[in-house]
Design a binder for this molecule. Sequence first.
Ligand code: FAD
Length: 414
Amino acid sequence: MSRARHVTVVGAGIVGVSCALYLQRDGHQVTVVDPAGPGEGASQSNAGFISSGSCVPTSTPGILRRVPKMLLDPLAPLAIRWTYLPRLVPWLVRFVRAGAPGRVEAISIALARLLELAPESYAALAAGSAASRYLRAGGVLYTYETDASFADARWSLDLRRRRGIDFEIVQGADLRRLEPALAPAIRHGVFYPKTMFCTDPRGLVRALAQDFVDRGGELAREQVIDIEVDAGGPRALRTPHGRRDLDVLVIAAGAWSRPLAARAGGRVPLDTERGYVVTLPRPGLPPRIPLLSGDYNFAITPMEGGLRLAGTVELAGLHAPPNYARARRLVQAAGRVLARLDPDGATYAMGHRPSTPDSLPVLDRSPRSPSTFFAFGHGHLGLTLGPVTGRIIADLVGDRTPPIDVTPFRVDRF
Ligand SMILES: Cc1cc2nc3c(=O)[nH]c(=O)nc-3n(C[C@H](O)[C@H](O)[C@H](O)COP(=O)(O)OP(=O)(O)OC[C@H]3O[C@@H](n4cnc5c(N)ncnc54)[C@H](O)[C@@H]3O)c2cc1C
């Protein structure tokens, strides 16, 4: 190992906490700074899939045809708020470009390489900690009500096949044998046997953070309001409590990383794809395994606090109030996927996915400062990719070669 340093990680989501743990294991003294505490950002408001087969980016061929519809329907699975559109245009242009067939192929290859390391990175991180109790193996089932929606999925299935992802097409009586809770209307399914899931994402991040603190890590409940920078790069964080001198800095503040990264020498078109989560405490007949509705594009996950419905993409920035009509739409859609659903006592939440236009995270060293690292932009896959990100950032900080080529995740690629 290279010499031990003091590393400050900004952000205590799954990405920041994973970075902190891997860095700590390398012998560094680590401080995590976050005003909200561990797992209070997007890392709690998600579907809980640890989805090593999700190598299909968000922007795909034909996306341009779908944008006008998004603008007109605020409840569509993908929606854009008109008032946010002017600020979104540069991101949207890059997003549409990333959907060109050649780009999609290259992006999915990079994603697949990163995702392949996700399960073993999770196992290494959670071993011996209370976090492992939240992890479940057993696969997920994607469901399709109509022949047309199943036919639409063929393109992404071919892409996954080219990446070597295991899946099995399930139809007819076999579907109900696999998942008895399905509604009769569901006609087709695709089972991904290697996908894992988490029964309580916030519990998972908190347990990992507790492990970090038990091993001597420092958790500071402070908000970074500025980064003091000189010719050599970032020198100190400014928080409402004063200054924090920096040796090594890792920016892992999820959807809020953009201005911090810009101060530290990385200009990234990071935006947020907001998503909604519904928790049903007494759901009726919950599924045994997590489901993803291919018709309505959302997940149904049996979790400790009840049945969770999670999904949709809303491009409306960090500050607009939530539109919980979108979450209620998920309850209606779940009624079409499941045979018996009781919506009583539903609670709603929104999460901010940290999204780059090309669906790839930024995992890199700052071009302006050799002691500053970027670990954000995981979009739809941050829960899955948190631990592997921690492993790669620890390699970069320690001047080791990461286990995969990290050029697709460069900060200056945009
Ligand atoms: C509806 C929905 C469903 C999803 N489903 C899945 C799924 O099934 N599987 C999957 O892999 N991913 C999923 N995701 C994506 C995943 O949740 C995110 O990619 C991931 O949580 C991002 O983690 P993070 O640590 O980068 O960010 P966050 O968890 O948002 O953490 C960022 C932290 O930075 C802190 N912070 C911000 N600004 C500052 C500052 N100035 N100073 C200090 N701290 C700061 C925040 O308080 C926050 O705690 C889903 C997301 C949504 C919204």
